[in-house]
Design a protein around this ligand. Sequence first.
Ligand SMILES: NC(=O)N[C@@H](CC(=O)O)C(=O)O
Ligand SMILES: [Zn+2]
Ligand SMILES: [Zn+2]
Length: 351
Amino acid sequence: MTQNTLTITRPDDWHLHLRDAEALKAVVGDTARQFARAIIMPNLKPPVTTAALAVAYRERIEQALAEVGVAPGVFTPLMTLYLTDNTQPDEAVRAYESGAAVAFKLYPAGATTNSDAGVTDLLARCSAVLEAMQRIGMPLLVHGEVTDPSVDVFDREALFIDRVMIPLRKSFPALKVVFEHITTKEGAEYVRDAEGPVAATITAQHLLYNRNAIFQGGVRPHYYCLPILKREVHRRALVEAATSESPRFFLGTDSAPHSKGLKEHACGCAGCYTAHHAMELYATAFDAAGKIDRLEAFASFRGPDFYGLPRNTGTMTLERADFTIPTELPFGKETIVPLAAGETLKWRVRA
Ligand SMILES: NC(=O)N[C@@H](CC(=O)O)C(=O)O
Ligand SMILES: [Zn+2]
Ligand SMILES: [Zn+2]
């Protein structure tokens, strides 16, 4: 018998970009409608590099939530700090122990949107802060792509494992590491098999699409994100990982809003906007794999378990019903085109 409804513990998003100011106000309500908590990425301009900046950013998020009518306590932002070559160990201790931030985010310099202030050489520049993080149990969240321009863009994640991840985890074997938005079979296998406290987030777009989506009938900038969509063999490996019984894979949308104008551009920005219908996308992907029963563990259990946080207590109900994704959404004075705009999904969140 086909299952037509699914009630799960309220989910969390373990990788989210909320931006700031008008953009923040435009998108934060979408996430708060679907998720109880989210890990907020620190790649603002300028980046969120200190506990004080994270506290101030959290206040702006809370103000935006109030302005769009989200009641207090409905949604909790979990803040992160942006690691730089100059981050001092006492900043990690101050941020983590005061509750200002739950993790540090590693952006290799030049790897992705707003990563210019990122790290140039992780082990050479950041060993003292990594040592402190390992000691206090503060996770390191990693954008896992090498930045060497001579490396093919489709190979940058796989090479990162050998060049950065393995040496990092050899030097700091007890450091909690989240390999963010994995996109390859190599990434999934590494996380599945590695020793020690390692996990990975997986986006909806990497479960649903392979790289053909970027080029179907012409170039489609709204399917362009980093790390870029890969071949079908990789998509299948990610679906297998997400729907497996491994506790190491959990939901992280990487919803990354950019205005329509900046996406449909000669040099379009990387990032897919999925916060608006994230659970519909994930449910469609899990159902297509015949594994809708595994969605709750992926979306609601494994993330808090890895971070050492309590699981949520409320519930969300999804139902098998057509859900057509809007073609455009308001985005301050501009608009934003969500991922898979105009397409019809098989599941929707019951209001
Ligand atoms: N994923 C993306 O394509 N873009 C993200 C940055 C990131 O997560 O790498 C963004 O901030 O726009
Ligand atoms: Zn990233
Ligand atoms: Zn991201």
